[in-house]
Ligand binder design. Structure first.
Ligand code: SF4
Length: 250
């Protein structure tokens, strides 16, 4: 099957299985950006607590973050672990928006996407996945976000090599799918759902909606069988039960 058709079929299967994911869970584009910075290496509930703290203190605004003290910002984002580093990242992002776009996100997202992307990658603490998430979910710019789940799932499906760079993996999707930010939004969220709930390091293949065309399905099943403890013959101590052919069992 042609790659683009297969990608759309995978999308449809995941959508039918998980339903709409309603990403990104944020009330405003700036709150989405704050969440994208704070979510690194911590559970989402901790991020929600920190977002609530920032809102409660009236700091959900780039200018107000720039004017806040280090001690205040650190205390508010403390629930997200590595809070000193994260408050520095948050401040760097807020300064970027204030200094380049006078705090105006509409102006920021009207910049030519490739140029904006490379400028954002210069900001302290912003890596490719975070920048692309911001472009897609806050800016509604059709940039496909990829992550470790994407790499794991699509290499297990046999559609990409196991070792692939971020940019090559991203290009694989963007060259084979229409440039539609709503499709990219939902697709990335659905991949996250599969990676989070089913395609773990030890995958739960029998529960997977992609099982019938996954190259790794049988391999994982066999692995599980191999890992099961061998049955013992109660008559003869440790000797394994004869599991040979019918002829041998007569
Ligand atoms: S069938 Fe198994 S290995 Fe393949 S994508 Fe699904 S969970 Fe992952």
């Amino acid at each position: 099957m042609e790659t683009s058709k297969r990608l759309m079929e995978i999308y449809q299967r995941l959508y039918d299985f998980f339903g709409p994911r309603h990403w990104w869970p944020a009330k405003t584009p700036f709150e989405m950006m704050v969440g994208a910075v704070l979510t690194q290496a911590v559970a989402w509930r901790n991020v929600q607590t920190a977002i609530g703290n920032l809102e409660g203190a009236g700091l959900m605004d780039p200018y107000k973050i720039v004017r806040s003290s280090d001690a205040e910002l650190e205390a508010l984002v403390r629930p997200t672990r590595y809070y000193r580093m994260k408050s520095k990242k948050l401040r760097a992002l807020a300064e970027f928006i204030v200094n380049n776009y006078q705090g105006d996100l509409q102006k920021m997202f009207h910049e030519e996407p490739a140029r904006l992307r490379s400028k954002m990658l210069e900001v302290y603490g912003l890596g490719e996945e975070t920048v692309d998430s911001i472009l897609l979910y806050a800016g509604e710019i059709p940039v496909f976000v990829v992550d470790q789940y994407t790499k794991r799932i699509f290499s297990r499906l046999g559609m990409i090599p196991e070792k692939i760079t971020y940019r090559k993996l991203q290009a694989f999707f963007m060259e084979n799918l229409p440039a539609d930010h709503r499709l990219y939004n939902e697709y990335h969220a659905l991949i996250d759902a599969l990676g989070n709930k089913v395609c773990h390091l030890t995958p739960r293949c029998p529960e997977c909606p992609l099982g019938d065309f996954c190259r790794s399905f049988e391999t994982e099943k066999s692995l599980r069988n191999r890992n099961e403890p061998k049955k013992q013959n109660p008559q003869k101590g440790n000797k394994p039960i004869n599991t040979g052919t019918k002829k041998n069992n007569k």
